[in-house]
Design a protein around this ligand. Sequence first.
Ligand code: 1CP
Length: 344
Amino acid sequence: MDSRERFLAALSGSPVDRPPVWLMRQAGRYLPDYRAVRKTAGFWELCHSPELTTRVALEPLARFKLDAAIVFSDILVVPEALGLGVTFGAGEGPQLARTLSTSADLAGWKVEGAAARMGFVANAVKHLKAALANRYGLFGFAGAPFTLFAYCTEGGGSDDFLKARVMLHQQPALAEKALATLADVTAEYLDAQCEAGADTVQLFDTWGGLLDREDYVRFCLPAIRRITEPLRAKGRKVMLFVRGGQHLLPVLGEANVDGFSLDWRADWREARARYPRHVLQGNLDPARLLAGAEPTVAATRSLLSVMRETDDAKRCIVNLGHGIHKDTNPDTVAALCEEVARNG
Ligand code: 1CP
């Protein structure tokens, strides 16, 4: 089986010779070529260049035995297209010039033409797809509505995103309207990525796990379904990653997705028992990779054996439970991928 066949088989639940592997944030600051590119190009400049996005997305595939690529972009493309003024300062997290706190702020969002302003991402997908020559799987992605809403209200990164969580209960109608707006723009944006050649798309709900189950059901799931229903009606495949979302597992079935990306704290067997027909992906701890090759290989081996035991390795994708840390040694990533290729 070549990588793309293996990846598509895992997505559709067909038998595989071994589970495919890719890693969240596999193209990023832990790789020397990525850092070299970033010395010559700003973050947005990189995202807008199909040549550069393809170059950085291919680097991990050339180095490691990975089965899928992910388009190089960022979840904050959506608030930028809505006119919120997103900048990436050197060494800091992203900053938004205009934040959401009143209905006047929401009325100022430039919804019309937003999907078209993100056309450069579909273009990056198309360019990467051609370079992959159908040998590898290809992911598109976007932020889930609540995670985008969290950055829009906070104006940047945060550990607890209190502004977002307060707004849900102080101005619920405004929050629901903002979430629905983010969802509708995202649905159109992801459909364009699929049209451009993505085999599947992943919604990153990096901050969804901050909410309790009741709030997730009330605010997040309806917004996620505004994305997944039109996409899946067209046969698109959608994966959902909720970081810190173990407590949400019982309700995530209502997200209407093909599969879940499990955070490192989620229990694989429990997730599988609950969702026998879904694709499951994950869930190695990115900190394990910082501990070195040996502990990483041991963790990979035990994940592979859980996959074989619970599913005959079907509908399983090896991944991390969150993005690769920037201080990760590339040799450790190589050891992880070798282990999957050898022992999967
Ligand atoms: O200086 C730099 O080069 C910027 C670092 C960086 C990178 C490499 C940012 C800024 N974004 C990205 C790329 C990126 N972002 C990818 C593609 C990488 C790949 O090939 O796998 C993806 C999938 C993302 C998604 C993303 N951006 C998420 C969701 C996934 C996750 O890791 O939780 C989130 C929360 C962001 C926001 C963001 N963008 C960048 C940073 C530093 C952050 C985190 C901000 C914060 O909350 O502090």
